[in-house]
Design a protein around this ligand. Structure first.
Ligand SMILES: [Fe+2]
Ligand SMILES: [Fe+2]
Length: 308
């Protein structure tokens, strides 16, 4: 069997391009992911934004508008996933899972700090952290608000009310790790990183963004491991994962759709085409679902991995 540790430093199966390996891959456990977190520390407050301020001043107003649309989704998204995570921490089933989940909550707070620093020191939003969040909220679309303010908040509340509710835990991880992190965040990170690298701009932002992406792959690796365990244990839970994804994927497509466009429209923003963005998101999701052993169509996948 392929050893995932040898295939990627972050433990996320979406980076495996050889699809024939997906059905035999051995996922990292929460204990291994916790130990990986200990080996990947970083700091937001030592990042130098001097060059970023100069680059920002030289951008066109149109580019600034497109970039802030992308970044505001991340800024608010990191705040939402940091504050709506405590239900899952309390729903741990082993000491290793508890250790990993507490690291994830710290990571999300650190990610929000990076965006707050960038909006404060580079984009130039004055005031407090809270005032910058309020201002960034004006950039968000309706789909974003449905997913992050309604669906995510409700999933966290259900887990807080009953940490032993396995349906609620599976719904939460499907929403948070598969849709929000795996489908939206990593797609946006891949897109924006390529844009800024190609233009050679915003090095301080990119320094933090690459570390955030490394953290997110580790988080999604946990979600893939958890859902694989539950799908193997229970066909009912496997069907539940599929049903939640079928409900949320159209909303996620709306989150990825920029201002001024409707879902399904073709567009190009910052030199990136809509089919590239949506194709990346769909491919990453389907690779993870193959490993979990479910499909968007509903029936468990043929050849789904057997229990180790
Ligand atoms: Fe994050
Ligand atoms: Fe995350």
């Amino acid at each position: 069997m392929a050893n995932l540790l040898e295939l990627t430093s972050q433990g996320d199966v979406a980076t495996i391009s050889d699809e024939s390996k997906l059905s035999s891959v051995v996922l990292m456990t929460p204990q291994q992911l916790y130990e990986l977190w200990e080996r990947q520390p970083w700091s937001t407050h030592t990042i130098d934004f001097t060059q970023d301020r100069e680059d920002w001043a030289n951008l066109s107003e149109e580019d600034k508008d497109h970039i802030t649309w992308f970044l505001s989704s991340f800024f608010i998204g990191e705040e939402r996933v940091a504050t709506q995570f405590n239900g899952l921490v309390g729903a741990y089933e082993s000491q290793s899972e508890e250790a990993f989940l507490t690291t994830q909550q710290v990571d999300e707070a650190r990610h929000a700090q990076h965006f707050n620093n960038f909006y404060n020191k580079v984009v130039g939003y004055d005031g407090t952290f809270e005032q910058r969040l309020d201002r960034a909220r004006a950039d968000l679309n309706e789909s974003f608000k449905i997913l992050f303010d309604d669906v995510l908040v409700d999933a966290n509340r259900r887990l807080l009310a009953d940490p032993a509710d396995m349906d609620a835990k599976v719904d939460f991880v499907t929403t948070y790790h598969m849709v929000i992190e795996g489908t939206l965040a990593l797609t946006g990170q891949d897109t924006l990183t390529r844009v800024f690298e190609d233009r050679g701009i915003l090095p301080g932002f990119l320094e933090g963004f690459r570390r955030i992406s490394q953290d997110e792959h580790r988080h999604v690796a946990y979600g893939t491991w958890f859902l694989q365990q539950k799908a193997r244990e229970s066909p009912e839970l496997a069907r539940r994962i599929t049903a939640t994804l079928q409900e949320l994927i159209p909303i996620a497509a709306g989150v990825l759709t920029p201002r001024g466009f409707d879902i399904g429209d073709e567009y190009e923003i910052l030199g990136v085409r809509s089919d590239e963005v949506h194709g990346f998101a769909f491919q990453a999701l389907t690779r993870r679902l193959k490993v979990i052993g479910v499909s968007l169509a509903g029936a468990p996948e043929d050849g789904a991995p057997v229990a180790a």
